[in-house]
Design a binder for this molecule. Sequence first.
Ligand SMILES: Nc1ncnc2c1ncn2[C@@H]1O[C@H](COP(=O)(O)OP(=O)(O)OP(=O)(O)O)[C@@H](O)[C@H]1O
Length: 459
Amino acid sequence: MSEMDRKGGASSDSRDPADEGLQVTRPHGTRRGMEPSSVRRFRLTVLEGPSPGTVWESGADRCSIGSHPLNDLVLDDETVSRFHCEVRIGTDGARVKDLDSLNGVVVDGVQVLESFLRGGSLLRLGRATVRFDFSSERNKLPLSDTTRLGSLVGTSAVMRACFARMERAAGTDVTVLLEGETGTGKSQAAQAIHQSSSRRDRPFLIVDCGAIPANLLESELFGHEKGAFTGAASRRVGAFEEAQGGTIFLDEIGEIPLELQAKLLRVLEERQIRRLGSNVHVPVDVRIIAATHRDLRAEVNAGRFRSDLFFRLAVVRISLPALRERPEDIPVIAEQLLAGAGADPERLAPLRTPEFLSRLQQFAWPGNVRELRNYLERCLVFEEAMPLSEEDGPAWNVPSTLSALPYPEARRRAIDEFERRYLQSLLERHQGKVAQAAAEAQMDRVYFYRLMRRHNLKP
Ligand SMILES: Nc1ncnc2c1ncn2[C@@H]1O[C@H](COP(=O)(O)OP(=O)(O)OP(=O)(O)O)[C@@H](O)[C@H]1O
């Protein structure tokens, strides 16, 4: 099993990265009890390739490397992708992640998608070689004092670091890019930022760019005049105008077609929109928050996302961590979900025992907090703690067919399986009534249909 197959934080695996020569910092209260609000500094030295001898010292917890000038460490070489990889240091050690680069990332002679790094590790990126070293100093990571922001709760250092960034973003009008796997709380984070901002009494408009057909998205965002296209029977104000003075939340921004990306970029630059079929520019005063479950830098490498739009959106980037990276948050999140379920205390009691909570912490939750919520709701319906492993079998216990695959492929398959089962059980519960099933899932109906098509499910 590679290092990356393991869950972060309170993994049940008893192996200790530090015992294997990895230099790590742990969250407060864990075995080695170090300060959670700081991470070790690290240094990258270019040994071969463009500008050999260049030394880059970390000022925070991550460094992006690539040939695009807006990377932290720029390697201007044709064999290096625009956003080649990212080095990140956390409470469980330092790791490098390939951002779908063309020539891949080779660490100490082994090609990797994601891998922990040791002091002295050599990274080969195309023709370039970079050495990774730990420094003796530490970088402080700003952590919020709060363990709750809007409807999000969390006591882990990673979550409190997110809260700190969200609080800072809320105090300004900057554009924010929220990243994270499905169900990690991106939509709730967007709402929390809006609610904590001076725009809280103005509209908060959500546009799910992944659920709206490409040909309708432009009109959804910018509006249209009567007769602008076949079917435009009357004038329509778009989301940007409707959100005037408030916030627009562009969910699944990675799904918007390239042609519309150019138009959105112009809106971000000029702060004015033009309805389809109109020549008039309307100024808009709107704060933009975007979210994606993709790594947009990999999308840029693949030519599917404009790099200039990425940089306009990512003025502040906030990555919501997967639930498996912060198992210490599970008891507080579960408590909040259970408290909101409105059930009798006797029915809740078995779901509040330390044994039950500890079992929840052992699972990987590929669907993250949304999946945890659904599981707890199922337990409440059946009035007992449902067996996690028997109920959910292969998706939970990572069968050897999955663990033998590279991580991205294994994750994609696990999520596919989760999505299929999730939709199936909802459809069964609602006797195939899609509108009802989508409403319970708090999912847009169009998106629900799209997922059904993807998984070949019939109502
Ligand atoms: N830290 C948290 N504390 C409490 N509840 C949470 C937390 N994170 C997520 N949730 C809950 O989990 C569910 C999913 O959250 P949300 O819809 O914001 O995720 P998302 O990342 O936007 O998902 P997707 O990418 O699929 O749209 C919601 O019910 C939300 O309230």
